[in-house]
Ligand binder design. Structure first.
Ligand code: NPG
Length: 369
């Protein structure tokens, strides 16, 4: 396969309601897609970087720059030797920029698998045709508002609730949700690094709610701090931001810092590295689940394929398209009895709807060999 051209598409996709975390509040999913054209097929992927470097150090303009200046020239230079598996080794010299690398590798993998007539799920080794869906619930202005949203999601059939927390929005909302919906509700929390080593007693108070896990409570660079916290509290500690590679996953597990891992392909450089993290975790007896970054159907499709692998034993943030969007940019993913079907078509198995891409597009730029 040979890379001919790449189109970077920036879109502003409206959200149905604002999504607030400990690091930002957004009412628009601002996103960059890569559309690759090879000599045999085309492929699509969504970049996990945000507009601002608030979740990770990566951001839209930075990703676009590194893709254009450093990543694509090396991939064009591969000529006929391009494969999705060759992308990471070719670009290994470039430090970091995993989200930029991931979007390019994923779009190339999509093209490769469409050409080979294989689905992402089959390529990755999935063993399920549908996956249980959880939903991530943002920080709200009031407890009644939170209850309204949680109630609505449970009525739709979501199988587990994740509450975003931050100092000042933790014990009370978790207590209210647990008391209202009972002990059987699968409930977990996500702090996005909002706490510090000084907050361990506060976090220990959450033990009484029998949570599935607490996700990324403290600074992503403080892996040892997470190991100390995991010793101190009963709630299992799950890492998200800290886990950027299979090597880091192995170390965090050995240190006792990662009792559960959230795998987001963008964060770790793509689906091939995600599969390695899945395998490392599985070998160590550590469950994983698939995170989300408000993806449109293009990103969601590939995540659903990953979430169908055997060691994805907890429901992920792979919600239906309607959780975020009144209009998705592909055929929407729908919730059926709390599950979402894994796409079976070739590659990611879904296609962008051109009129909708055009409607939401802010800019489109071609980079040619
Ligand atoms: O359902 O797609 C989803 C979003 C789930 O909470 C979610 N994502 O910290 O995990 C997170 C958060 C996120 C959103 C992270 C956007 C980065 C960008």
């Amino acid at each position: 396969m040979k890379l001919e051209a790449v189109e970077l598409i920036r879109m502003d996709v409206p959200l149905k309601s604002a999504f607030r975390t400990s690091f930002s509040s957004v009412n628009m999913h601002q996103v960059v897609w890569a559309h690759v054209v090879t000599d045999v097929a085309e492929g699509w992927a969504e970049c996990g970087a945000n507009e601002r470097p608030d979740y990770s150090s990566e951001f839209h303009n930075g990703a676009a720059t590194v893709i254009k200046e450093f990543l694509l020239p090396d991939l064009f230079a591969l000529g006929n030797d391009l494969t999705a598996e060759a992308v990471a080794p070719t670009l290994e010299w470039a430090k970091g920029h995993r989200m930029a690398k991931a979007v390019i590798e994923t779009a190339i993998l999509d093209a490769q698998l469409r050409n080979q007539k294989i689905s992402f799920a089959k390529y990755l080794g999935a063993d399920k045709d549908k996956v249980p869906a959880g939903v991530s619930v943002g920080i709200m202005d009031s407890l009644p508002e939170l209850m309204k949203f949680v109630e609505g999601y449970l009525a739709e059939g979501y199988l587990r609730i994740k509450l975003k927390i931050e100092p000042g929005w933790d014990y009370e909302p978790v207590k209210l949700v647990r008391e209202t919906f009972g002990p059987d509700l699968l409930l977990q929390v996500d702090a996005n690094t909002a706490y510090t080593r000084d907050d361990f007693d506060l976090l220990k108070r959450l033990d009484e709610f029998n949570l599935l896990l607490i996700e990324q409570p403290i600074n992503e660079e403080d892996v040892l701090g997470h190991a100390k916290l995991a010793d101190y509290i009963d709630t299992p500690v799950c890492l998200d931001e800290s886990i950027v590679s299979a090597d880091i996953a192995r170390d965090a597990i050995e240190l006792g810092a990662a009792e559960i891992i959230n795998i987001k392909p963008s964060r770790v450089g793509g689906y091939i590295e995600s599969k390695k993290i899945h395998d490392v975790s599985q070998a160590a007896g550590i469950p994983v689940w698939c995170g989300g970054m408000l993806e449109t159907g293009i990103g969601r499709a590939a995540n659903l394929a990953l979430a169908a692998l055997p060691n994805f034993t907890l429901p992920g943030d792979t919600s239906a398209s309607s959780r975020y969007f009144a209009t998705d940019v592909t055929e929407p993913f729908v919730l059926v009895n709390g599950h979402i079907d894994v796409p079976t078509g070739h590659g990611i198995g879904v296609d962008p709807i051109p009129e909708i891409v055009e409607r939401f597009a802010v800019s489109r730029e071609w980079i040619k060999r």
